[in-house]
Design a binder for this molecule. Structure first.
Ligand SMILES: Cc1cc2nc3c(=O)[nH]c(=O)nc-3n(C[C@H](O)[C@H](O)[C@H](O)COP(=O)(O)OP(=O)(O)OC[C@H]3O[C@@H](n4cnc5c(N)ncnc54)[C@H](O)[C@@H]3O)c2cc1C
Length: 434
């Protein structure tokens, strides 16, 4: 028998569990730990609330979650409730699938002003992550600046731009829907240091901007390279450029619309304001060998909120070697130390789609199989259960999550799939175990 601890119940955690089941069948017991009493990581707290078909992928993890060889051990945080050394004493392999939940800093003057957020915080707010549910962004101003040229920037801009009706069938949480209902934001500026050929935005996400009921995208045709230059791009990026070109050509926009403006070759240099955000100072850039270089020309965008969508870092865990530069655990293809591994965003940083984590999970289990060929006699589950009891940990099981799930679905406003609990205590109450 092999005893495996996976820390983190996002896509990487569940794909790794699936791989362990394929590898060892009945000869393995997998415990999947999570800080939250609810599983699925960023599928619940990152993926946009109006992208329900993507969130549905979590249902596929249930076949893994519900086998008796896999357990969900929710409401247990590695580094707070128990240490890596303790887990390693109990399990043959400990696999960190803790993601990259920490916002990268812009590193600009004024970044500490109120109403400057990273995307983990802002997205966590509208998706009901307990850590960010109390964010209270101030939406009483006309202009929001979104920094970054990836899909997260598009998610944030789209959520700010949508009408209440357009969000009705999403699982956006009630406090965010109410906040956006009262929002005065009419201009959303997306800043990209480089140009249209350097975006990391995918065609599907871009195309959604053209279908909004009260908002339209704005691209300055002068920012677009000559159309012939698109021929050398890979298919996805070429399609994305097609959308940007269509946005630039669109002339039948309604003047009263909310605008989502793409400001390319634009590097933020400072966030300005006395006690609150009042403007963003931006420097025009040009590309030199693919890098954005400042031209010295600066301008100000009057704005009341800044959301930096520029990437994420893994949160360090005591006694786990950390790669500061890469913002993830120091690892060699997933190996951190004997018996200690990492997978998903915690291994490779915040890149790729949900599906990218599947081969990652299978690859790490292959390594575990090589490194730990037989039973090493560790106690596994019963050992953890004894420790949990001794510490008074309030462990949430997968069947408890199913009760939370049921309660959330039952509490949904009309047309919406669920109303999420945004406080850990309320989630635990819904399990009926307190
Ligand atoms: C805003 C946003 C939108 C996205 N939209 C899409 C999309 O539309 N389509 C798509 O394919 N991909 C999307 N992605 C990417 C996708 O979410 C990631 O590829 C995927 O979630 C990474 O999986 P993971 O398991 O490595 O990390 P995560 O999903 O982050 O899971 C990590 C888990 O570890 C837990 N954890 C962290 N620290 C500890 C600890 N110390 N102890 C115990 N548990 C811990 C966390 O609570 C979390 O549940 C999006 C990402 C973001 C940020």
């Amino acid at each position: 028998m092999r005893h495996i601890a996976i820390v983190g119940s996002g896509p990487a955690g569940y794909y790794t569990a699936e791989a362990a089941l394929k590898q060892w069948g009945d000869e393995v017991r997998v415990d999947i730990f999570d800080t939250l009493p609810v599983p699925f990581g960023l599928i619940r707290t990152g993926v946009a609330p109006d992208h329900q078909s993507i969130k549905a992928v979590a249902r596929r993890y249930e076949s893994t979650a519900l086998t008796r060889n896999v357990r969900f051990v929710g409401n247990v945080m590695l580094g707070r409730d128990l240490s890596v050394a303790e887990l390693q004493e109990l399990y043959d392999a400990v696999i960190l699938a803790t993601g990259a939940p920490h916002d990268r800093k812009l590193g600009l003057p004024g970044e500490e002003l109120p109403n400057v957020f990273g995307s983990a915080a802002f997205v966590g707010w509208y998706n009901g992550h307990p850590q960010f549910a109390g964010l209270h962004p101030d939406l009483s101003h006309q202009t929001a600046v979104v920094v970054g040229n990836g899909n997260v920037a598009l998610d944030v801009a789209r959520i700010l731009a949508k009408s209440e009706d357009e969000l009705a069938d999403s699982d956006i949480v009630a406090h965010a829907l109410a906040g956006l209902h009262d929002s005065a934001v009419r201009r959303i500026v997306i800043l990209g240091r480089r140009g249209p050929h350097q975006i990391a935005m995918t065609p599907k996400e871009l195309s959604e901007l053209a279908k909004l009921s009260r908002a339209h995208p704005v691209v300055d045709a002068a920012d677009l390279p000559p159309v012939e230059a698109d021929a050398g791009l890979d298919t996805g990026l070429r399609k994305s450029l097609g959308h940007l070109r269509a946005f630039a050509a669109n002339e039948d926009n309604r003047p009263d619309d909310v605008t989502v403006e793409f400001d390319f070759f634009a590097a933020p240099r400072a966030i300005l304001g006395e006690g609150k955000v009042e403007a963003v100072e931006v420097e025009r850039t040009r590309l030199v060998d693919g890098k954005a270089v400042g031209t010295g020309e600066t301008y100000r965008i009057p704005a009341g909120m800044v959301i930096a969508c520029i990437g994420y870092q893994t949160s360090p865990i005591p006694d786990v070697p950390y790669d500061e530069q890469g913002g993830r655990f120091a690892n060699e293809e997933g190996r951190i130390a004997p018996g200690l591994y990492c997978v998903g965003w915690a291994r490779r940083g915040p890149t790729g789609t949900i599906g990218t984590n599947r081969p990652d999970g299978f690859a790490i289990i292959e390594k575990v199989a090589v490194d730990i060929p037989g039973d090493s006699g560790k106690p596994g589950r019963p050992g953890f259960d004894a420790l949990a009891e001794q510490r008074g940990l309030q462990v949430v099981k997968f069947t408890d999550w199913q009760k939370i799930d049921e309660a959330e679905v039952a509490a949904a406003r009309t047309g919406a799939p669920r109303e999420k609990f945004v406080e850990v205590e309320k989630m635990i109450e819904a399990t009926g175990r307190v």
